[in-house]
Design a protein around this ligand. Structure first.
Ligand code: SAM
Length: 341
């Protein structure tokens, strides 16, 4: 647990600096910031960012001396007068609980005495924002922050993906008249997807949204066109392409261009490409209704339906996830014994 203690906050003067200290704390892996003066506007700003961009970052207000006294872990005060960071970072990394103290104007003398470490990020005057970010980066406790908004890195543009939450997805299924069977199946896909995704680097929130919405097109048709219909529904609902694609890319192990053409499907991409699309597609494949079954049984279903040509690609996708996410079929089969709701 990493706590940042911000001392000397003056709401009327340091509004932006303290906001930046808090934003750096959250983005670089801290769990909590304690600010020494109550500032409800600051709390609102930080809570808003956390709500949108994810994580469980907390903001509290309290007396700094009492907070330091009460704190049981390593207390690291950042000051230009301290010992160079490089000389102490290995020792500091051994602690699970760390309080990082940063000042604003002159830091009171007792803080230097109470700290376990007085650390300089270069023995030159600069700023609490830079000192804190470099310290946290070197500490290396960054964690995944998954929220409603996800920035998609671009060379030049500004791309932000909005990922609907679980409740929003379920409400959308209801809006389009999804029956109990469809909802049970979609919820089970989300469980299988989350379990698979635990083994690799992927976005849980995206997995859940993709899993819950992948079959929304079945409210229109149960034919092979349900993927395209779902894609159209989600686009109409204003969802991002990345969300709508879960509908078009989950059929089979993704349809090849020639297959799509033969089936008279619109000319678009049906191949699952992102790790989340691959996981949702494979999770759906492994389910008969809301029950996980082994891949050889699914392959048999495909052969019986005259879809033998698709089987090697189903196996390739499955094997890819075994390698990439350590997919364990026994773990997925055990989900059958868990409560669905
Ligand atoms: N004169 C102040 C003092 O007595 O430390 C420094 C004011 S400085 C603008 C505000 C805060 O930035 C400091 O309290 C410290 O936490 C941080 N800071 C500035 N330079 C630093 C450095 N070289 N290394 C570590 N922290 C630094």
């Amino acid at each position: 647990m990493i706590t940042v203690l911000r001392i000397g906050h003056r709401p009327e003067r340091d509004k932006r600096i303290t906001t930046h200290v808090a934003l750096v704390s959250r983005a670089f892996g801290a769990d909590k910031i304690i600010v020494d003066r109550i500032d409800e506007k600051l709390r609102k700003t930080i809570d808003n960012v956390t709500k949108k961009f994810g994580g469980n970052f907390e903001i509290e207000f309290g007396n700094p001396i009492q907070q330091i006294k009460r704190f049981k872990g390593a207390k690291v005060h950042l000051t230009m007068y301290g010992i160079p960071l490089e000389e102490r970072i290995d020792e500091i990394r051994k602690f699970d609980d760390i309080m990082v103290i940063v000042g604003s104007e002159k830091v009171p003398r007792p803080i230097y005495e109470m700290a376990d470490f007085n650390i300089a990020v270069k023995n030159q005057p600069h700023s609490e924002v830079s000192a804190l970010s470099i310290f946290l980066e070197k500490l290396g406790r960054e964690k995944k922050l998954r929220g409603e908004l996800k920035i998609i890195p671009e060379e030049r543009g500004k791309k932000v993906l909005r990922i609907p939450g679980r409740e929003e997805c379920l409400a959308l299924l209801d809006k389009y008249g999804a029956d109990e069977r469809l909802k049970r199946h979609s919820i089970m896909v989300s469980k299988v997807a989350l379990t698979t995704g635990r083994g690799c680097d992927c976005d849980d929130r995206l997995l859940v949204a993709g899993a819950l919405l992948h079959d929304i097109g079945r409210t229109v048709t149960h034919s092979i066109f349900h993927g395209v219909e779902g894609y159209k529904i989600l686009k109409r609902e204003g969802m991002d392409e990345a969300i709508a694609r879960f509908c078009s890319t989950h059929v089979g192990a993704g349809l090849l261009k020639e297959t799509a053409k033969k089936l008279k499907l619109p000319d678009q991409d049906y191949i699952p490409r992102t790790i989340e699309e691959k996981i949702v597609c494979n999770s759906d494949t492994l389910l008969r209704g809301d029950k996980v079954v082994k891949l050889d049984e699914i392959a048999e279903d495909y052969r019986e339906k005259g879809l033998s040509s698709e089987v090697p690609r189903l196996i390739r996708l499955y094997s890819y996830l075994v390698r990439k996410c350590h997919l364990d079929i026994e773990e997925l089969l055990a989900l059958n014994n868990e409560q669905l709701f």
